[in-house]
Design a protein around this ligand. Sequence first.
Ligand SMILES: [Cu+2]
Length: 187
Amino acid sequence: MNAAPKKRRKPAARQQPKPPSQAQSKPRRQPNRGTAAKSTRTPKYVGFVVLAIGAIVLAVIVSRGSDEAADPNVASASVEFVGTDFAFAPGALTGLAGQLEVTLVNNGPGVHNLAVLKEGIEISTFAEHTDDMNLAFIPLISPDNDASTSLDIEAGTYQVVCIIPGHLAAGMKAELVVKDSSQPADG
Ligand SMILES: [Cu+2]
């Protein structure tokens, strides 16, 4: 009679410690090892990638900053546009009113020319162009060559285009801003 209640208590006592042990072992293996392996490996790769990208971006910013300091915001008595297939670089330059020297350097594989259009004229295709629109014109320049023209120009904003069929529509245009003073007016 006494053996029956003892057998019932023993299995009940064995079942109680099992759930806590299983509950403790499962959370320790899955969350700790699983997340620990992922969280330690990925930050190392991400860290290197971020450092590499950061160094490249910094180098680009520094190189651009040195170039920009020389050119666009300070009006110069001479401006130089570099033509490629099919763009002018930089896309905008600031010149000094008066006698202004405009240079076209052809770094593209094809031939290019350069027209400074009269103030207020803005075109988007070769078909729109007529010669009387030109304030200044540098005729066809072959690859790896350059040419300059000097013109008397007043303060204003002028469109610079390549007048060869298809080139302007493909993107060969730039802006020439002419100011009376070499100091930036907008600040
Ligand atoms: Cu062109």
